[in-house]
Design a protein around this ligand. Sequence first.
Ligand SMILES: *Cc1c(COP(=O)(O)O)cnc(C)c1O
Length: 365
Amino acid sequence: MQFIDLNSQREQLGTRLEVAIKKVLEHGRFILGPEVADFEDALSNYTGAPHVVSCANGTDALVLALRALGVRPGETVVVPSFTFAATAEAVALTGAVPVFADVDEATFNLSADTVRAAIDVAPSAVGVIAVDLFGHPAPYASVREVIGDRWLLADAAQSMGGRAEHSRVGTLAQMTTTSFFPAKPLGCYGDGGAVLTTDGDMAEVVRSLRVHGQGAGKYDSERIGYNSRLDTIQAAVLLLKLELLEDEMRRRQQIAARYGEALSDIVTVPKLRPDTRSAWAQYTVRVEDRDRVAAALADADIPTSVYYPRPLHLQAAYCGYPRASEALEASESLSGDVLSLPMHPYLTEADQQRVIEGVQRLVRK
Ligand SMILES: *Cc1c(COP(=O)(O)O)cnc(C)c1O
């Protein structure tokens, strides 16, 4: 059994993948070739986001979005502590200062309360990055109510295909970023990322930034930018994988429902806000004695992962940055007991049953 099984997904696409890649080899436009714009259009159609600008990876997408939002060195930006390092890293890379907020223990995401607490210690914060952790969209509407005229950026690296408030991920904030790292819900066969926005002017800035800050002419430098493009070959792969995404989302919902029914009495299963569809990048439970359970599952050939074993405010690289309070209790407590179970659209019913029985055997309430 695999934790995330990319081979089964590849089988769904059969020789269409090779044909699509070969086509790129033949036309030879490896950088910003036609597949890149085609994929941006397709993702715009799928999400409903009017503007999609692809780039080299999800971390760059955050940096490009922060730059387009006008973040300047020394400014402060609120981020959750319980997330992948890239969320805070991107802030630091722009010269700005991440301020760590705690998360809501039940949903693993920022909440209006935890954002308010962070803004209380950093009233000059210019914006907030909310993360759709494990695929579950953050509560954008309620966060928006407590941030005044600060901007709100959605880090949707784990949630492409999710929905909330009757809209698709990609349209839940003014700016959204995502990653196409292979293991993400919409992944390619290398690195990739994108910025999605409702704001045409910001989209233009991101388009310029990803090509060295290029202006109207090829050798006009309008701003200091980056070299951050999505490879044409990866765009060709993503065009095919995007076709599978809705069906894969349905499969993930079924697996999550089955896990939830079978396990909710013995471990803490993820809780979704009403009217949301998680992309189920991970199915993460909370369990006492997590390391023992993980080791015993590994012995039974059931792979699991711990996302994330240490919150960012306790990491060497980030512990010097401000935080909402000395201890960020929910983030610290989650790091001690979260365990992610195998989750991918092609997990067979037999394997789902093995995971369920494995957990049932090891954990009793
Ligand atoms: C994966 C991830 C990123 C970074 O994406 P890369 O493509 O790996 O650079 C950023 N934020 C979150 C929450 C992620 O999970």
